[in-house]
Design a protein around this ligand. Structure first.
Ligand SMILES: Nc1ncnc2c1ncn2[C@@H]1O[C@H](COP(=O)(O)OP(=O)(O)OP(=O)(O)O)[C@@H](O)[C@H]1O
Ligand SMILES: [Mg+2]
Length: 274
């Protein structure tokens, strides 16, 4: 609703994981490098963790867009599935036609697909987001899939993405075989303090702003201390701040505006902390 006032094409601080807004922070750059390395070297299993709202899903979407045509991908978002459902959704996401019924049939079909793609010189990547929700049995199933290989190479690369609880889960004794297979790991940390102003500017630019909104230095400091650099929290506060600026008919976002927004957010937050 404030877009017209600021001359924006769209809202710059949506909390969706739209890769068009991706900001290449140092940590996100390192994370991407790890993913590219793991995939190109066919390392089998890769684990990407990060606290809530640090940009894992956004990074995955950006990464998927970067991959070349000879990398076939499946992206599973909410894996609260049974084993069969997980297999079905993997098969469907790879675009394998008319899935077989039953676990064995699905695994066989996936096998055939992997051999076929490998024969055509392609690599295959499965990304599972929110992997901290996978039950140990499903993680074991994923290990079995990643075992599919020729004498020379792994046919399926798996990226497990999740909140830090994923590491706790992977540390379970019963998953020690899977743990041994993890060849690449990366933990995304929040934005560095000095990156926050650039992050805000970047998102404003992508949303079509040609100058005009001024986040003062003190405002940025207040945002930094509230968010500790977590992008989703930065977005939440900046979105509110733009609304407050619009209501007050000002394009200068100062510390007062941010403090008011923080008070509002805190009064909504259950338990005091968002
Ligand atoms: N590098 C980035 N560049 C631009 N926006 C980002 C970046 N990282 C995170 N964001 C933004 O922050 C918000 C949260 O990001 P995202 O949903 O990817 O986090 P997440 O780590 O997957 O969170 P969760 O643990 O809740 O799944 C989104 O609005 C996203 O656009
Ligand atoms: Mg996510």
């Amino acid at each position: 609703m404030y877009c017209e006032f600021y001359g924006l094409k769209e809202r710059p601080f949506n909390v969706t994981s739209d890769p068009a807004f991706f900001f290449l922070s140092n940590k996100h750059k390192e994370a991407l490098a790890h993913l590219h390395y793991g995939i190109s070297q066919r390392k089998g299993i890769i684990v990407l963790t990060g606290e809530i709202g640090t940009g894992k899903t956004t990074l995955c979407r950006f990464f998927l867009n970067e991959l070349s045509k000879n990398v076939k991908t499946a992206f599973i978002l909410n894996p609260r599935f049974s084993e069969i459902q997980l297999l079905e959704s993997i098969v469907a996401d790879f675009g394998i036609a008319t899935p077989n019924k039953g676990k064995l049939g699905l695994v066989k079909q996936l096998n055939g697909f992997l051999l076929n793609e490998s024969g055509s010189g392609n690599n295959v990547v499965l990304i599972i987001d929110e992997a901290q929700n996978l039950k140990p049995g499903l993680l074991e199933q994923i290990r079995l899939l990643s075992n599919i290989e020729t004498e020379k190479e792994k046919l399926l690369q798996v990226i497990l993405v999740g909140q830090p609880e994923l590491n706790a889960r992977l540390n379970l004794y019963e998953l020690r075989q899977l743990r041994q297979r993890i060849m690449v790991r990366y933990h995304i940390l929040p934005l560095e303090h000095r990156e926050i102003a650039n992050y805000i500017e970047h998102r404003l630019n992508i949303a079509g702003l040609a100058g005009g909104i001024d986040f003062t230095r003190e405002a940025i400091e207040a945002i930094a201390s509230f968010s500790s650099g977590t992008p989703r929290l930065i977005n939440m506060i900046c979105d509110r701040a733009l609304l407050a600026g619009f209501a007050a008919e000002t394009k200068k976002i100062d510390q007062n505006i941010i403090n008011k927004c923080l008070e509002e957010l805190e009064s909504y937050a259950v338990g005091g902390k968002i």
